[in-house]
Design a protein around this ligand. Structure first.
Ligand code: HEM
Length: 264
């Protein structure tokens, strides 16, 4: 259900290049990185939205234990991503998209993990087999090909800014988390007032990066890889979920489809 707004007016001719003006008078061209990414990851996005774990989550069918493990997986991913971004903060391809105060999630995830696991949360979590290839890839590109960190940032942060509020509500309801937002700091971007406005700023910063066509294509390719790594994490969680006996409730429905915990 990714609904990319259709351009309100299009086909403005400018030196042979077709330029589209979207609903907010943003001028976009198909060779802009933001457009190449949106177009070039559509199929990956469809697949991600339609995998079992994500579908269950959206229906409010999420077990607390799995949510905790998912939060831990995200912690390892964002810790790696933000470590590599910080190392490369002065790199000309990273500096324009460096927004630690607005975007970075490591601290928020740490607070969520402390809520779920307690003070000694760090000793209770570990990097899972399904998450390790993702984390290794992030460190690899950070060290050898930092321009590809643009793809990793885009894939996670733009996604979080797009679907995050829905996911927060679903989780809050399904897991009966407090309305204070405890356990859900990951979804709350305190430094961003308008998600839509920030996404536009982020897109324009990506589009101002000085990149040749081949590098832009490599970034789109890396974003598709990032989507695949996310799917591996989801698939692993789904498999673990099958082995956990825990009550699940359909959020919002008056009756429960729960599997009842054996022996109470
Ligand atoms: C954008 C929904 C899962 C990455 C969006 C948008 C929506 C959406 C509504 C906004 C599109 C727009 O602004 O025009 C969802 C739903 C998901 C989901 C319902 C299922 C829970 C994911 C996952 C990822 C992801 C798993 C990757 C880890 C992105 C990215 C964008 C996006 C990168 C920005 C696209 C762009 O404008 O370039 N998503 N999404 N999404 N989503 Fe998702």
């Amino acid at each position: 259900t990714k609904t990319k707004a259709e351009p309100k007016s299009s086909g403005v001719i400018n030196g042979g290049a077709r330029i589209v003006v979207d609903g907010d008078d943003e001028v976009l061209s198909p060779t802009d990185l933001s457009e190449m990414l949106a177009e070039g990851t559509k199929d990956s996005h469809d697949k991600a939205e339609n995998c079992q774990f994500v579908k269950d989550f959206l229906r409010g069918r999420i077990k607390r234990e799995l949510f905790k493990r998912g939060t831990a997986a995200l912690y390892f991913v964002y810790a790696a991503m933000e470590e590599e971004i910080e190392k490369n903060e002065d790199h000309p391809h990273i500096a324009p998209i460096y927004f630690p105060a607005e975007l970075h999630r490591r601290e928020a995830l740490a607070r969520d993990l402390e809520y779920f696991y307690g003070e000694d949360w760090e000793s209770q979590i570990s990097l899972s087999a399904g998450t390790k290839p993702y984390v290794d890839r992030i460190h690899g590109v950070g060290q050898r090909d930092p321009v590809l960190l643009v793809a990793h940032s885009y894939t996670r942060y733009m996604g979080d800014l797009s679907g995050g509020q829905i996911l927060k509500k679903v989780a809050q309801r399904a897991l009966k988390l407090p309305s204070t937002g405890e356990g859900l700091n990951f979804y709350q971007f305190e430094g961003i007032h308008s998600q839509k406005g920030f996404k536009q700023l982020y897109r324009s910063r990506m589009n101002e990066l000085e990149l040749d066509a081949e590098t832009k294509e490599r970034i789109v390719g890396e974003s598709n890889r990032a989507f695949s790594f996310n799917m591996m994490v989801f698939t692993e969680l789904e498999e673990i979920g099958k082995t956990i006996k825990e009550e699940v409730q359909d959020a919002g429905l008056g009756h429960s489809h729960a599997e009842i915990m054996e022996g109470g």
